[in-house]
Design a protein around this ligand. Structure first.
Ligand SMILES: [Cu+2]
Length: 250
């Protein structure tokens, strides 16, 4: 709401930034779920860290020789053992339940309107829009990184590609990911997707992008010398713009 009051436009972080500390902005409900889960679990992490640190710092202080010259001979205590078994079990449950809920919701493929196949190669990606393919024609193109020397001013180095994956916003998409040679991984942080590209196998994931924008990702499975130079760019546009993009490419 603040940006409305200050009349400043919203600028989403959809690419990696220098000295970035947190996540990129979520563009899909899936990424929002990942960020929320991270924050939920972080609360437990902070509380447990404080408790453990307190014990670590206090124990040598209270049990130092001057204060406590004769060491205690306690070997067990039923109450404390009950507490330190039951309390972590409940904590783990509170972590596991939302984690599994997110994990299984990610597997769900909801009646996709468009299916796109991404094929990893050493070292570029090929995209195939299977819905528009027939015997005579197919919407297939390669997507290579733009080398630093050819970059226009303001474009992102090592992240920009010559042919972007253009998709409509607010549409259920199915990505089918595979490889033609070695292992690759199709990963776009803002979309919350990281899917292995395995030769001889089709991996499937669903994406629902909430807003228009340009999302940057990289191959995320080391695949050879140019592994760092096969980025991924997904551009979401309005449905009309998508339809004209498809017709200009078929
Ligand atoms: Cu790679």
């Amino acid at each position: 709401m603040l940006h409305l009051l200050l009349l400043v436009p919203i600028v989403h972080r959809d690419a990696a930034e220098s000295r970035q500390f947190g996540f990129q902005d979520a563009a899909t409900p899936m990424m929002q779920g990942i960020i929320d889960l991270h924050h939920d679990i972080f609360v437990f992490l902070v509380i447990i860290s404080i408790l453990v640190l307190r014990v670590l710092v206090c124990a040598p202080w209270h049990l130092r020789y001057k204060r406590n010259p004769i060491p205690g001979r306690i070997v067990h205590g039923t109450t404390i053992e009950m507490i330190w078994t039951i309390f972590p079990s409940i904590t783990l449950m509170f972590i596991a339940i939302p984690s599994f809920a997110l994990l299984y919701s990610m597997d769900e493929v909801l009646d996709p309107a468009i299916t796109i196949k991404a094929i990893g190669h050493q070292w570029y990606w090929t995209y195939e829009y299977s819905d528009y393919s027939s015997d005579e024609q197919s919407l297939t193109f390669d997507s290579y990184m733009i080398p630093g020397d050819d970059l226009e001013l303001g474009r992102l180095r090592l992240l920009e590609v010559d042919n972007r994956v253009v998709v409509p916003a607010e549409t259920h998409l199915r990505m089918i990911i595979t490889s033609a040679d070695v292992l690759h991984s199709w990963a776009v942080p803002s979309l919350g997707v990281k899917c292995d590209a395995v030769p001889g196998r089709l991996n499937q994931t669903s994406i629902f992008i909430k807003r228009e924008g340009v999302y940057y990702g990289q191959c995320s499975e080391i695949c050879g010398t140019n592994h760092a130079f096969m980025p991924i760019v997904v551009e979401t546009v309005s449905l009309d713009a998508y339809v004209s993009w498809v017709s200009s490419h078929t």
